[in-house]
Design a protein. Sequence first.
Length: 382
Amino acid sequence: MTGTVWDIFILLVKVVGVFAALMVTVLLTIWLERRIVAFMQTRVGPNRVGPFGVLQTLADGIKLFFKEDVRPSNADKLLYGVAPVIMMIPAFLAFSVIPFGFAFGSERAQLADLNVGLLFVLAMGSLQVYGIVLAGWASGSNYPLLGAVRSSAQMISYEIAQGLSLVGVFMTAGTLSAAGIVAAQQGDPLLGFIPRWYVIFQFPLFLVFLLSGIAETNRAPFDLPEAESELVGGYHTEYSGVKFALFFLAEYLNIVTVSAVATTAFLGGPDGPAPDFLPWLWPILWFAAKVFFFIFIFIWLRATLPRLRFDRLMDFGWKVLIPVALAWVAVTAVVLVVDVNLPRPVLLGAIGVLLALLLLSFLLPSSDKEKADRTAPGGSTP
């Protein structure tokens, strides 16, 4: 009985620790986004509350918590309040299978090592579609409903590309477990200095996962569900106070989760050089550094790229990302099955560079003649 109580106590400590770490990470992410975007746009950014304005996000959260909760007269009483909770809970649960380190003595640095680990993350992401759709429908207004319809189409479309981008990783690692995928990327470096991370051997799928992850989290330039120039504010237009804060929290938790999954599947998770001093701490620091690297990419793209048109957004998902992911899954299967003279990592890396260049070619601007011939759906040329 003593052992069971101790195990439950350790699990509760890890749950509370991960929850607190996620909340602090969200606060830092929002502050970093404001500061970095301000720097890129030659502005000051938050600098009043706390050192360098780092407590501005906390002040905004407290303000939202005490704001009046305004409910539209046409809103569905039950679903209007449930929708933000449906958005937030899966965002927290998705992180439960991510290994953020190797071990604390005899304890894993992971809440739960499921044998279908990353599929669980994809399932939690799929549940959030219901939260967005319910928020749009239950608000009793046309603008949130349009944002919800846009978002459901976008998220379902890019979920397919996101799922396919992980198939090559599953095939190469031979497991769906997040801890198993991290373990499969360890070993002696290639040529003495190249790590065995899948970002090298599965580079096209890495790009597909990163782009589909940006679209999944409704971030710029794929933030069509929240297009304020067309829909006022998107699916959460009619929300205020703490309910709006829950939507805001879920969005940034999704950014952290996508960054953590990219770190786990493609950058070796917590793998990295570690001296003998405090050996349990260095993997956690490496994991945090890689996650914040991806968070910086999210922020950088938001400050750099304009919003896509919705039909081009859908075309890019269905006509570019999904075919590229399918093609690379086939290449991975052939390389794993067929016996060739070259080492598999070298062969995968060479083919990956060619396919990545092909994928990047779709992002290049088209010629002036093609732009002139292309019109918006339902529109007309002058």
